[in-house]
Design a protein around this ligand. Structure first.
Ligand SMILES: Cc1cc2nc3c(=O)[nH]c(=O)nc-3n(C[C@H](O)[C@H](O)[C@H](O)COP(=O)(O)OP(=O)(O)OC[C@H]3O[C@@H](n4cnc5c(N)ncnc54)[C@H](O)[C@@H]3O)c2cc1C
Length: 462
């Protein structure tokens, strides 16, 4: 199979976005630039974009192992949502309550910043900012939704940022079977993630950034990025490789590469949409421990995703693991259960991809001026907005611009490394087994599953 066909198979979004695909050149020979970036996902692209805004004359090159948006940026759920990527308690430890309140607000404002880039650069990615719903389908899920809302209010959210919604209010917007109530926030947009990534890449190129595709970096060092057929020499080197970081020499314990899986229906009939509603396209997620999330796509499908266990010993990342029959069957059941009006629709796409989970589930943005090395990532599956903040923050740090962004709690944050194998493998499988059985028990009994206490300390907050 050629690369083009392989890339198109990676997600519904890449399938659509790569229709008129002309590959960019590979890096061949040695090139001198001011800033070299490894990885053309959102983190790398936003860093490049923000740098060109700060310094229009700056020379930037990006090397991408595959194609723009090959990673999670071209395969995600398309929730451009607020809510910090990481754990409030971790950030609060270093920056107090004020730090966490500012971080939450930066995420909220970050959505409109992306919206302004989408509008200003005329990126056609189906952008609609209609908010998002968290929907509970059992009493324990409802209690978690309420607790989550209270947590947000304690972290500086006001009654205008998120509120409780009844089952009837949800039904008026989108018919989710079994919805008992939940929460709504106006701070979320929906987008086609691959078109967003590829549109950003074109915007960067219009500003003079050079992007090399099918150019994997084999080594990332101070002032030097080495690829198989060439190298980039630069004062500043940015590592923006997220889950794939774990494949780089010496980095296998930096993150857990965790897979999230998705599927999409064929475009639904007008009759089905008549039953489901969903005019605002506000994305929906449930409140399970292994939660399910869904969006109405710009071309009239339902794209739905959820977590499952696809962690291999040693954190191996393989394309052949992206389609998991058992997990995709569970997602299909969830689709039919939550949206019965779509139960006759064929599934047109199934896919998966990896995100990076640091040991404390909390992201980091770092720039060391002495070595010129920069890195950002560890968004724990919530990086669509966080990566834009990280990219803008790196641009400020690299250009020595003090700003509100450079004082946020993830700047300089470094998580400790994960335990060596086989501990990681055993723990990951145990946590996944307990969360799955807790969800099943809650569905059965409609009471909170006490077994979750066994693994609560390792679970990320939501
Ligand atoms: C299925 C799924 C659904 C998700 N849904 C959402 C969501 O709805 N909302 C949300 O906020 N977040 C979501 N996320 C998370 C979000 O997509 C990511 O946090 C975000 O895209 C990370 O962007 P990134 O640029 O840091 O990483 P990536 O997009 O993974 O990009 C890293 C890039 O680096 C390249 N690369 C790696 N190694 C090398 C190398 N050695 N040399 C050159 N290039 C290299 C890769 O090919 C890749 O293109 C989801 C993630 C997944 C997997």
């Amino acid at each position: 199979m050629d690369d083009h066909a392989r890339y198109r198979q990676r997600s519904l979004w890449l399938d659509g976005a790569l229709t008129e695909f002309t590959p960019r050149p590979q890096l061949a020979g040695n090139v001198d630039v001011d800033v070299a970036i490894v990885g053309a996902g959102y983190t790398g692209l936003y860093t490049a974009y923000a740098l060109t805004v700060r310094d229009p004359g700056i020379r930037i090159a990006i090397v991408e192992a595959e194609t723009v948006g090959y990673g999670a940026s071209g395969r995600n759920g398309g929730f451009v949502s607020a809510g910090i990527a990481g754990e409030a308690r971790v950030y609060e430890r270093s920056h107090g309550r004020d730090g966490i309140v500012r971080a939450e607000r930066a995420m909220i404002d970050g959505i409109d910043w992306i919206g302004s880039v989408v509008a200003g650069e005329a990126i056609e990615c189906g952008w609609i900012k209609g908010g998002a719903y968290r929907v509970a389908t059992s009493a324990p899920q409802l209690a978690r939704a309420k607790a989550g809302l209270e947590g947000k209010l304690a972290r500086g959210y006001t009654d205008d940022d998120a509120w409780f919604v009844t089952a009837a209010e949800i039904e008026k917007e989108v018919r989710v079977e079994g919805a008992l109530g939940g929460t709504y926030t106006p701070h979320c947009a929906r987008a086609d993630p691959a078109r967003l990534a590829r549109g950003l890449a074109e915007a960067c190129e219009r500003r003079g950034v050079v992007i090399y595709e099918r150019s994997p970096a084999t080594s990332i060092a101070s002032q030097l990025v080495t690829c198989t057929r060439g190298s980039l020499r630069a004062d500043v080197v940015v590592r923006a490789t997220e889950a794939f970081t774990t494949l780089l020499p010496g980095e296998s314990r930096s993150y857990l590469p965790i897979a999230s899986h998705m599927l999409a229906t064929e475009p639904l009939s007008g009759e089905a949409w008549g039953e489901i509603g969903w005019a605002s396209s506000a994305p929906v997620a449930d409140q399970r421990y292994q939660f399910v999330y869904a969006q109405r796509t710009p071309d009239g499908r339902i794209a739905l995703g959820g977590r499952g266990l696809t962690y291999r010993r040693g954190g191996a990342i393989r394309e052949s693991d992206e389609i998991q029959p058992a997990i995709h069957a569970r997602l299909e059941q969830a689709l039919r259960r939550l949206f019965p009006a779509a139960s006759g629709a064929a599934i047109s796409h199934r896919w998966g991809c990896y995100f990076a989970a640091p040991r404390d589930w909390s992201m980091g943005v770092e720039f060391d001026r002495a070595s010129g090395l920069a890195r950002a990532g560890g968004y724990s599956g919530h990086g669509v907005v966080a990566s834009s903040l990280a990219g803008r923050t790196l641009a400020d740090l690299i250009t020595d611009t003090e700003s509100e962004l450079t004082s946020l709690p993830w700047v300089g944050h470094a998580s400790r490394r994960w335990e060596p194998e086989p501990l990681r493998f055993i723990a990951t499988h145990a946590i996944a087994a307990v969360t799955a059985s807790a969800d099943a028990a809650e569905d059965r009994t409609n009471r909170p599953a006490r077994r979750i206490r066994l693994v609560r300390r390792w679970l990320p907050g939501r």
